[in-house]
Design a protein around this ligand. Structure first.
Ligand code: B1M
Length: 211
């Protein structure tokens, strides 16, 4: 029986090899992927953030923990994304311009896939033009934007304004999220939906599309 607290510890100490091995073993034991994410992996990243705030951790430690988190998440992603045949919509997802955080965005993408959406992952540091191209050329009917920095939240408004200026606002629903984002902010910038969690992003997408 795996001691899952070791998964928390592996992410906290940035040990990607160990994070991967424990995740593999836990999955082999039949432990639910979502349980691993919600009860052990995300709390570990929150603790990494707390230590960073208190100057106990610095950027190198953040990078190592992020790498360990990603190594474990890569194993879980296909399991979180297991779904039926017909996509219920096409989502273009990305972390906005100026922002390089992608762990939450990747988790949201996997949950949306699991919720039956086809997901076009535009990556990080995504410009308004890239989102517009995804709507025009890849026929995305939902845009999901992620921002983790207070300084990049404004890029969400810039993107929505650019989508309006491109004359395609009525072709696409826009949902947003990320640690500093609030429902109030989403309303102020004219987004159609907001979620503070990856699981909630699926309901936000359903709600935005179906009203
Ligand atoms: Co940075 N970072 N970081 N960082 N980093 C934060 C965000 C910070 C809060 C840390 C802190 O000070 N406590 C702080 C931001 C402060 C602020 O703006 N108020 C910060 C800072 C300052 C920085 C730098 C400026 C540091 C520097 O260089 N001096 C720099 C900026 C680089 C840039 O982006 N231009 C930087 C860099 C980095 C790393 C590259 C080292 C690394 C990222 C690696 C990567 O992502 N590949 C990193 C990390 C790891 C973090 C913390 C520790 C963890 C983020 C994370 O992955 N969380 C973070 C502190 C923290 O959040 N506790 C921090 C786990 C993830 C699952 O949660 O991303 O919140 P999260 O996603 C959640 C929800 O928010 C939601 O669902 C997800 C799952 O529930 N969600 C959505 C997210 N996107 C959504 C989209 C949706 C819906 C829901 O659409 C519909």
């Amino acid at each position: 029986m795996q001691d899952l607290q070791q998964l928390h510890e592996a992410i906290l100490t940035g040990n990607a090899k160990s994070a991967k091995a424990i995740t593999e073993a836990a999955l082999a034991e039949g432990i639910e992927p979502l349980k691993l994410v919600q009860e052990f992996m995300m709390p570990a990243m929150n603790e990494v953030g707390r230590r960073f705030e208190c100057n106990e951790y610095f950027v190198p430690e953040l990078l190592l923990s992020a790498r360990a988190m990603k190594a474990a998440l890569e194993l879980l992603r296909p399991l979180l994304a297991a779904r039926g045949a017909e996509p219920v919509g096409r989502v273009a997802i990305g972390t906005v311009k100026g922002d390089l955080h992608d762990i939450g965005k990747n988790l949201v993408g996997a949950m949306l896939e699991g919720g039956g959406y086809e997901v076009i992952d535009l990556g990080v540091n995504v410009t308004p033009e890239q989102f517009i191209t995804a709507v025009k050329e890849k026929r995305a009917n939902i845009i999901a934007m992620s921002a983790l920095l207070t300084t990049t939240m404004s890029a969400m408004k810039t993107t929505i304004d650019a989508i309006k200026a491109a004359g395609i606002r009525d072709q696409v629903k826009i949902i947003i999220g990320g640690a500093p984002i609030t429902e109030k902010f989403a309303g102020e910038i004219g987004a159609d939906g907001f979620s503070e969690s990856a699981a909630g992003a699926v309901s936000a997408a359903h709600k935005a599309v179906n009203g």
